[in-house]
Write a new protein. Structure first.
Length: 186
């Protein structure tokens, strides 16, 4: 079923919208949550919470052309929040690893100015990614948005680990330079 049709069901408050969303995107959504949490049961709970949050956010939002991205963002944030709630000692090693990798590139939001400039930062990162070929963008997004492991990325794109790690390293370094040039002190 087309995303626009599913979104229309949400707008009409038709509960079958949740079933159609689950049918079409459930597996991918659970994968995002499971990559963050490493626990299938908790990932399923996050998936259900994501459907509830989607129900509450449509309307006023109408993601007719990007439903997966809309719900994917919701489940990703729910999973990260669950991970944070579990406490620093219990956090997933992968989440900590990825956070450390990007921490050198992206400044923390520690004050009001940083929060206000979050949109500007998002635009700068999107602009940065648009300069790369699709293959490199996909590697970066799979790693830092979907939390895919390097080995999963290698399988998905038929690349060597060395190639993926080198691509990620170089992109992080260039992102860091770009953000420094944009006025973000790292």
């Amino acid at each position: 079923m087309d995303d626009a049709v599913i979104v229309e069901l949400y707008i009409k408050r038709d509960e079958s919208a949740i079933s159609f969303t689950s049918e079409k995107y459930g597996k991918g959504l659970r994968k995002i949550a499971n990559n963050v949490l490493g626990n299938e049961e908790t990932s399923k709970e996050c998936e259900n919470d994501a459907y509830l949050e989607t129900w509450n956010l449509i309307p006023p939002n109408e993601p007719k052309t990007y439903l997966f991205a809309f719900v994917g963002r919701i489940i990703r944030h729910l999973a990260i929040d669950r991970l944070k709630a579990a406490g620093a000692q219990k956090r997933s090693a992968l989440y900590c690893e990825l956070t450390d990798e990007l921490q050198e590139c992206i400044p923390e939001q520690s004050d009001v100015f940083s929060e206000i400039s979050a949109m500007e930062l998002t635009d700068m990162i999107n602009s940065f990614l648009e300069e790369y070929p699709e293959a490199q963008r996909n590697i970066f997004v799979r790693r830092y948005w979907y939390f895919d492991s390097v080995s999963e990325i290698c399988k998905r794109y038929s690349l060597t680990q060395s190639n993926v790690k080198t691509t990620l390293f170089r992109m992080r370094e260039k992102l860091k330079d770009r953000l420094n040039q944009g006025g973000y002190e790292l």
